[in-house]
Design a binder for this molecule. Structure first.
Ligand SMILES: Nc1nc2c(ncn2[C@@H]2O[C@H](COP(=O)(O)OP(=O)(O)OP(=O)(O)O)[C@@H](O)[C@H]2O)c(=O)[nH]1
Ligand SMILES: [Zn+2]
Length: 203
C-alpha cells in the first residue's frame, strides 16, 4: 500500500499551481455568465485559488508527516478519539462533505502510541483532498495499522454530503456512515467495546 505523498489515484501530487487555479476560476466565472472584471469579483480568482490550496492541502502531506510523535508508554489497550470534526470535498462534485470521524486503535504490544491530536491531524491529511467517504475511511485505517504497527484499528465516519443536500437529490439530513475495521479489532468483543464507546457519543 502506498501511503506516501500521493494523490488519491496513486500518482505523486504536484505542487499547487496558484496561477493556473486562478485562471481556471476566472474561466468558470465567465462560463456561468458572470463578469470577472466587475468590482466584487476582481480578487475572487486569486482568493479562490488560495482557498483551494488550503482545502486540498492534504495532497501535499503524508501520514508519516503527522504521526511522527510516538511514545512508548507501554499502554497496549484501546485508544479511541471520537467526534473528530471532519470537512472534506466530494471528488464527484467538488463540494464539501462534513461530519465526524471516530478513530480507535489498539497499540502494538510494545505500547507504541501517538499523540491524540495526531489522530485528528491524520484525518485531515486524507480529508483535505478530493475524496469519497469510503476511501477516506480505509486510508485512515490502513495508515494507522502500518505506521503505528497497531494490532487493531477501527474508523467510523458519519457525514452529510452537500452534493446530496444543496443540489441533486436534495435530501437534507441524510447521513452516510462508513467503517473500516482492521486486525484484532475484528474480534467480536473488542469491536463491540469500540462501538459502545463510539455510540456513547449519541446518548
Ligand atoms: N460512494 C460514494 N458516492 C458518492 C460520494 N460522494 C458523492 N457520491 C455520489 O456520486 C454519485 C455521482 O453520480 P453521477 O450520476 O455521476 O452524478 P450526478 O448526475 O451529479 O448525480 P446526482 O448526485 O444523483 O444528481 C452520486 O450518486 C453521489 O451521491 C462518496 O463519498 N461515496
Ligand atoms: Zn458529490
Amino acid at each position: 500500500m502506498n501511503i506516501g505523498p500521493v494523490s488519491t489515484d496513486g500518482k505523486p501530487a504536484g505542487p499547487f499551481d496558484h496561477d493556473r487555479a486562478a485562471a481556471a476560476v476566472r474561466e468558470l466565472l465567465i462560463a456561468i455568465g458572470e463578469d470577472p472584471d466587475r468590482e466584487g469579483l476582481r480578487d475572487t480568482p486569486a482568493r479562490v485559488a488560495r482557498a483551494y490550496e488550503e482545502l486540498t492541502g492534504g495532497l501535499r502531506k503524508t501520514a508519516e508527516d503527522v504521526l511522527t510523535t510516538t511514545f512508548d508508554l507501554g499502554h497496549d489497550e484501546m485508544v479511541l478519539v471520537r467526534d473528530i470534526e471532519l470537512w472534506s470535498m466530494c471528488e464527484h462534485h467538488l463540494v464539501p462533505f462534513t461530519g465526524v470521524a471516530h478513530v480507535g486503535y489498539i497499540p502494538a504490544e510494545s505500547g507504541k502510541i501517538t499523540g491524540l491530536s495526531k489522530l485528528a491531524r491524520l484525518v485531515d491529511v486524507y480529508a483535505k483532498r478530493p475524496q469519497v467517504q469510503e476511501r477516506l475511511t480505509t486510508q485512515i485505517a490502513d495508515s494507522l495499522m502500518e505506521i503505528l504497527d497497531a494490532r487493531g484499528v477501527i474508523v467510523v465516519i458519519e457525514a452529510e454530503h452537500l452534493c446530496m443536500t444543496m443540489r441533486g437529490v436534495r435530501k437534507a439530513g441524510a447521513r452516510t456512515i462508513t467503517s473500516a475495521v482492521r486486525g484484532i479489532m475484528h474480534n467480536a468483543a473488542t469491536r463491540s467495546e469500540a462501538m459502545a464507546l463510539i455510540n456513547a457519543a449519541h446518548r
